[in-house]
Design a protein. Sequence first.
Length: 199
Amino acid sequence: MPAPDHGAEVWFPGRRRHSPPRLPGLTLEPGSCGSQGAVLKAALHRVLSITQTPMGNVQLRDGSRLHLARHTGLNRYFTDFFAFVEGPTTLCAQAAAERRQVTVRDVAHADVFDEASRYAILQTGSRAAHSVPLTTGRGTVVGMVSSHHERPLTGFSTAQLQALQQTGTDVGRWLSWHWNTVVLDALERLHATATRPPH
């Protein structure tokens, strides 16, 4: 992110503020609608409810990488190994690159993984996985939610895939709003404090 112009009173001039997008499929605790952590928790719960599994994780885009932001049901080896994903040899990287949902029906035999990634997934008890991109209104991938399954998958119904798609779109738009509103507001306040003349 570029630094503010020298002597500028406002870091992001001309920025328009909008109300947060609706998240109709998510169950949020009262008063937590502005909390990124609460939204990611609810998004993961929603995806795992649709895919009917207790294992899954959320990743957020960090430049060219995906970083692990939330998880449940996965062991320490898995979360350490996938703390940051940069290469193309993972399901989530493929789904992000193609900007679409991707299912791996059998991790043990899927071509997408290198052997280190395959082992990290299998050792945690996952035999299949499904990744859902979190996309903005312009189709930009800002994150990923993945479900992991104890047995190989036969696939999901059309209704399940549509519900997952809607969740990915809703949450992606909310994350974009959060960055462009909540995060930038915080940076503006910090800038104003730093540039305020001493009393």
